[in-house]
Ligand binder design. Structure first.
Ligand code: PLP
Length: 386
């Protein structure tokens, strides 16, 4: 039964039938014209989603984590200084990955629930011009917080920093506005299972001409993730090894879906769905982990349960009693917060079903909420904005 309900985790997302069917293809020779004619245009079209004209899009059979690793291993050397903000479990994991690659990592600590503070980046960059890379998580999926990438770029420019700007856009790209060229991003990382609405298994990156130049001097070891091998092969429509062919067919269709809807409309839809969820949270008299609505993510909302409650009990109950998955709290938010993922192929009606389910679950567990309160608030908002 549970497969019939939408899932409300912040990726992997619900697979639209159109994409399931697009991925349902027989194996093919990846050196055939058929494949080349699918792959090369998909790489070109994907650039629109990243907001780049000058950059290149690269695909690896991996998940977002592989994209992080590809970004740093292709452009940096051991002991290079990198600057990164930690404001949630995903930025924490990227830091860990950098440390395990023997980078010299300077951490801007920010509260979980706050955005990456551009002014703190600026102070650190002005104090030390040796940084080779500045890293920021555009959308902290653990806290439901969006950071201002353009402001981090401005901080770099104010400090005359020549570092590369690397952005984790795993849970924002293809759902929330992303403007790689305008924001001066050198490497943007995403994964197939979030805004692209595909199965997990492909890291999708965009890299700037400056990132490509930097590669020449970067000595961190890489083989599978080597951008050079990938770029050389991609130039003639090929792949340096066996590609995830079905995912690439899916990507071609996903790009058609996104561009048919129009990226601006995709972003507006995500904002509207998210806003309904945020209003429901207010109606429940609960608190979002995001400190304020102007930094709230449009793809995921993390919500504190009342003091003394166990958020995992709530998500387990929703799963067991109603067959609906919500995201658990990650890292230090585990047990304290749960997350409603609202990205990808979703309508207001689907989101309302998620809100209704979590309300029923809270009522079952004797939370002090009135059934229908959050749903009605979201319904009203969706009615007024349709
Ligand atoms: N970065 C962010 C912001 C994420 O949300 C995730 C996964 O949810 C990752 C990185 C890691 O991606 P993956 O799980 O695809 O390896």
């Amino acid at each position: 039964m549970s497969q019939q309900n939408p899932i409300f985790i912040p990726g992997p997302t619900n697979l639209p039938d159109r994409l399931r069917l697009a991925m349902h293809v027989q194996s093919q020779d990846h050196r055939s014209k058929n494949f080349i004619d699918t792959f090369a245009p998909a790489l070109e079209e994907a650039k629109k989603v990243f907001g780049t004209i000058d950059g290149k899009v690269l695909l690896f059979a991996s998940s977002g984590t592989g994209g992080w690793e590809a970004a740093i291993s292709n452009t940096l050397c051991a002991r290079d200084r990198v600057l990164i903000c930690r404001n949630g479990a995903f930025s924490h994991r990227w830091i860990n990955l950098c440390q395990r690659h023997d980078l010299d990592v300077e951490i801007v600590e920010a509260p979980w629930g706050a955005a990456a503070p551009a002014n703190a980046y600026e102070i650190a960059l002005k104090a030390d011009l040796s940084y080779k890379a500045v890293l920021v998580t555009h959308n902290e999926t653990a806290t439901g917080v969006r950071s201002n990438v353009a402001a981090v770029r401005q901080a770099m420019d104010n400090a005359d920093s020549n570092a590369l700007l690397m952005v984790d856009g795993v849970s924002s790209i293809a759902s929330m506005e992303f403007r790689m060229d305008d924001w001066g991003v050198d490497i943007a990382v995403c994964g197939s299972q979030k805004g692209f609405m595909l199965a997990t298994g492909m890291a999708i990156l965009a890299i700037s001409p400056k990132a490509i130049e930097t590669m020449e001097h970067a000595t961190l070891p890489r083989t599978f993730f080597d951008f050079n091998d990938m770029l050389k092969n991609n130039a003639s429509g090929g792949f340096p090894y066996t590609p995830p062919l079905q995912l690439i067919y899916g990507l071609r269709e996903s790009l058609k879906m996104l561009l048919e809807e129009g990226l601006e409309n995709v972003y507006a839809r995500h904002f509207r769905l998210a806003e309904g969820v945020r209003r429901a949270v207010t109606a429940w008299e609960l608190r979002t982990v995001a400190h304020s609505s102007n930094i709230a993510s449009d793809t995921v909302t993390a919500i504190y349960v009342p003091e003394g409650r166990d958020a995992n009990e709530l998500t387990d109950h929703a799963n067991n009693a109603y067959g609906v998955s919500f995201g658990i709290g990650l890292g230090k938010l585990n047990g304290k917060a749960f997350r409603i993922g609202h990205l990808g192929s979703l309508t207001d009606v689907m989101v309302l079903s998620g809100l209704a389910t979590i309300e029923m679950s809270m009522a079952d567990l004797n939370y002090p909420i009135t059934l229908g309160s959050g749903v009605a608030t979201a319904q009203e908002y969706y009615r007024q904005t349709k």
